[in-house]
Ligand binder design. Structure first.
Ligand code: ADP
Ligand code: MG
Length: 565
């Protein structure tokens, strides 16, 4: 009997945590073992510099209901005794502390939907979430002897010599007994296994095969009017192997892109736009992004989750990776696949974060350039986009105070007095009259009301365009921007607009002097309710108007008054 070896102490504690944790995604053990198998085949392939017959590569699933075992095998590089010891007897130290902390946090907060295992690359051990005992039989490429590693996941493992004909690794999971809460037998059902492979490992490059029962027409009856069927057991490849995003853009139809979107992102309507691109360099990745064709369900609710799906070499890692999208692009759906995100436990988390940041920057840039192109080349499409998601862009300007506001200002649109249509700020400035000093805006709840305001009439009579601010956030956007193409934004209902020529000013002064008594009388009568009473050229058809001073406008006062505490 070989001596039982102990797990390294740190590893053992982690193992306990993992096995006994209330980790909700027990099913991901399959993804982890399949991706290890795929890695092992990669390693074999690279070791032989590609001079091998790739057609024999395969990963196999073999559920055995009688013995209550699930076997996962591959014909990859295999492991010798030392490697079994090293790879399966220790959890690499560097990341393990962080992992442990996350695990403990997770126990306090079960809602946190973080993929701990994927994040820390302790994949193999996830087998113990569903298995009471794990047996690994492996034969290293080129070796004569095979070895067997067996563990109950408690405190140690045995390694002994074993029999195995061909190179590669076979992992046998003796599944736990079912409990009231947990159905482990499901992992013996071909149906469940097929679904799990589709869900997590569809894009693994090597075929994942399993014997499945199918109904087939009996050969000798196939010409009969009513052919007979029989149940046959056949090998079936469960994964499609080539991810859509890894295929040539020119080879992908709009229907395929749209279908993929609808299958993966909980929408039954086609997306408005597909953005599919690859980046090579410091960090390499492929992104497949979608701009939805409508506002997503629950978009304005607190629990709406932004973010992109994250894949590493075709293996699904997590949903809603928030770091990949700035807030103002939270409507973007899609995925990122990067081979640079090797989710190895030896990686420092920080480094991992930096990679994500680099990717996020490129994504932001790409989406913005697509939107700019849409605006200049497909105006109708852009207006459709703007109606769905313009509010987000406005919040983007407002929340990014000062910081590269120019990256978003060109995307803004507002309704204006020019044909009561949406206009960009560039269009507004292009149409400005020569003597016009500022960009004028007025806030209000609807365009007809704003249009009736005396100052709006005056500005329009002068041939000046007025921007209608209809959303609460709009005025804050103007305050954040301050200027556009060196023109100042000015609230037309506030302060002195300085619209008059020198002659007009003189005339006005004269009128004020001539009517001094009247004005003083009015001011006296209105007492504290007004700061001043003035004669003005601002009015064209109306006898009188109220005007706010500099600072907070009437409309902003309303917003503040309505704001929740
Ligand atoms: P990771 O895959 O992130 O390295 P795992 O815990 O999943 O972490 O696996 C630990 C190590 O065990 C792997 O790095 C690999 O060296 C080895 N290993 C696991 N499964 C296999 C396999 N099927 N064939 C060969 N080596 C394997
Ligand atoms: Mg792994």
């Amino acid at each position: 009997m070989p001596r039982k070896k102990q797990f390294k102490s740190e590893s053992k504690r982690l193992l306990d945590l993992m096995i006994n944790s209330i980790y909700t995604h027990k099913e991901i053990f399959l993804r982890e073992l399949i991706s290890n198998a795929s890695d092992a085949i990669d390693k074999y392939y690279f070791k032989h510099a590609g001079h091998v017959d790739t057609s024999t590569f395969e990963i196999r699933l073999d559920p055995d209901k009688e013995n209550r075992t699930l076997t996962i095998s591959d014909n990859g590089i295999g492991m010798d005794a030392d490697e079994l010891e090293e790879n399966l007897g220790t959890i690499a130290k560097s990341g393990s502390l962080a992992f442990k902390e996350q695990m403990e946090k997770k126990e306090e907060n079960t809602d946190a939907d973080v993929d701990i295992i994927g994040q820390f690359g302790v994949g193999f051990y996830s087998a113990f979430m569903v298995a009471k005992s794990v047996t690994v039989v492996s034969k290293k490429d080129g070796a004569d002897t095979a070895y067997k590693w067996v563990s109950q996941g408690d405190d140690g493992y045995f390694i002994t010599e074993s029999d195995k004909e061909d190179r590669g690794t076979t992992i046998i999971l003796a599944l736990k007994e079912d409990t009231d809460d947990e159905d482990y037998s499901q992992y013996l059902e071909t149906y469940t296994l097929e679904n799990l492979v589709k869900k997590y490992s569809d894009y693994i490059r090597y075929p994942i095969k399993m014997e499945v029962e199918t109904q087939k027409v009996k050969e000798e009856t196939k010409d009969q009017e009513k052919p007979e069927y029989e149940t046959v057991v056949e090998d079936k490849t469960l994964n499609s192997m080539v991810p859509l995003w890894k295929r040539q853009k020119s080879q992908i139809t709009k229907e395929e892109y749209d279908q993929f979107y609808k299958d993966h992102f909980q929408d039954f309507q086609d997306p408005q736009r597909v953005i599919h691109f690859s980046v090579e360099g410091n960090v390499s990745f492929t992104a497949l992004l979608y701009i939805p064709g409508r506002v997503p369900m629950g978009f304005y609710q607190q629990d709406y989750k932004k973010g992109l799906q994250l894949y590493s070499r075709g293996v699904f890692i997590m949903d809603h990776a928030e770091e990949l999208l700035p807030d103002y692009l939270r409507f973007v759906k899609g995925l990122v696949d990067s081979q640079d995100l090797s989710l190895n436990i030896s990686r420092e988390m920080l480094q991992h974060d930096n990679q994500l940041k680099l990717i996020a920057k490129r994504i932001e840039k790409k989406v913005l350039s697509e939107l700019n192109a849409m605006m200049s080349k497909e105006r109708d499409e852009y207006e459709k986009f703007w109606n769905n998601f313009g509010l987000n862009i406005k919040f983007g300007v407002y929340n990014n105070w000062g910081m590269d506001k120019d990256k978003l200002e060109n995307l803004l649109m507002f309704y204006t007095s020019h044909e009561q249509k949406l206009a960009t700020l560039n269009e507004y400035v292009d149409r400005m009259k020569e003597d016009q000093k500022s960009i004028y805006y007025v806030s209000g709840s609807d365009m007809t009301l704003i249009d009736k305001m005396p100052i709006v009439q005056t500005l329009k009579n002068k041939g000046y365009e007025v921007i209608y601010l209809l959303d609460d956030v709009d005025e804050f956007v103007m305050q954040t921007l301050q200027t556009f193409r060196e023109k100042t934004f000015k609230n037309a209902t506030q302060g002195d607009l300085d619209l008059d020529s020198e002659d007009e000013k003189k005339e006005l002064e004269q009128t004020a002097q001539d009517n001094k008594e009247l004005l003083d009388f009015m001011k006296e009568s209105l007492k504290d309710r007004v700061v001043d009473v003035k004669v003005s050229n601002k009015l064209s058809d109306d006898p009188v108007c109220l005007s706010a001073g500099e600072g907070v406008s009437f409309e902003m006062e309303k917003v503040f008054a309505n704001a929740p505490e």
